[in-house]
Design a binder for this molecule. Structure first.
Ligand SMILES: [Zn+2]
Length: 275
């Protein structure tokens, strides 16, 4: 069988481990080449108490955390050189270096170039709403989807001039809404006084019946946790949960096959199914 290669494209350091840490660890452990693409250094993130970082050097700190995290999961890393655009409606959206300010065609070119370089059969990114509406997540979903189609187009020239490569499958990855609701419930029990679970769970994740692909990843939950723990400056809302609950909540990863269009009733258990 041909060497399997998987590319996952997200926006911020820690997106990869919180959303896809187990999937990355699984395919890396099974011998696939896994490359993670991250487009910003998460400069608009928070700084957890006790972490030696300032708003000025947070990008550098987070890049180092990301490198450590990706290494734990067994993947390689490619970074684009944009700035974290911050949450929707914040002044950081308007910074000229912000990811969302970049010309769409420029980002598509950079992503297509990376696809031509790494030649993944399978590409994964956020769903169209970026999990919960973060503008950078929405933008990487859109640009990755366009790059997925352009990468194999002989008429399309990417900035480094590499030869066309057609990835075979595009997936959107998200949390099922039922899991978000469960997380909110459990979180409220652990921390009744919090501002996370005041949000409307219907605005997070994707309805359960949209997923085409479920990966059994219970075995990789400890690696996922270790990879996520490298993002020390951010802390994690999942940290309040005991180990057993991590295994319970994260035992399955969920994805939606976007391209090729799945037949009705598609229920895959492997991203490389059919390849
Ligand atoms: Zn993010």
């Amino acid at each position: 069988m041909e060497q399997r290669r998987l590319m996952l494209a997200f926006a911020h350091p820690d997106d990869e481990s919180h959303l896809a840490g187990s999937t990355i660890a699984k395919y890396a452990a099974e011998g696939a080449e896994v490359v993670v693409v991250i487009t910003t250094r998460g400069e608009a993130g928070e700084i957890a108490p006790g972490v030696d970082a300032t708003p000025e050097n947070l990008g550098e700190v987070r890049e180092a955390e990301l490198r450590a995290s990706v290494k734990v999961a067994g993947a390689s890393l490619e970074m684009l050189n944009y700035r974290d655009s911050g949450m929707a409606g914040t002044p950081e959206n308007n910074d000229p270096r912000a990811f969302v300010q970049a010309p769409e065609q420029q980002v598509v070119g950079e992503l297509a170039e990376l696809m031509r370089k790494h030649r993944p059969q399978v590409v994964v990114t956020f769903d169209e709403n970026g999990g919960y509406g973060h503008p950078d997540h929405i933008f990487i979903s859109k640009t990755t989807s366009i790059a997925f189609r352009e990468s194999g187009n002989p008429e399309y020239s990417s900035p480094g001039g590499l030869k066309p490569w057609s990835p075979l499958k595009l997936y959107y990855m998200a949390f099922p809404r039922s899991r978000i609701k469960r997380f909110f419930e459990e979180y409220r029990k652990m921390k009744p006084d919090n501002d996370i679970t005041n949000a409307d769970p219907e605005t997070f994740g994707v309805p359960d019946d949209m997923f085409t692909t479920q990966l059994k990843v219970a075995k990789y939950v400890p690696v996922r946790r270790e990879a996520a723990s490298k993002h020390r400056s951010q802390g994690s809302p999942f940290d309040v949960f005991p180990e057993s609950m991590h295994e319970d909540i994260f035992s399955v990863d969920h994805l939606i096959l976007i391209d090729p269009t799945p037949a009705p009733g598609t229920a895959e258990t492997d991203l490389f199914e059919g390849i």
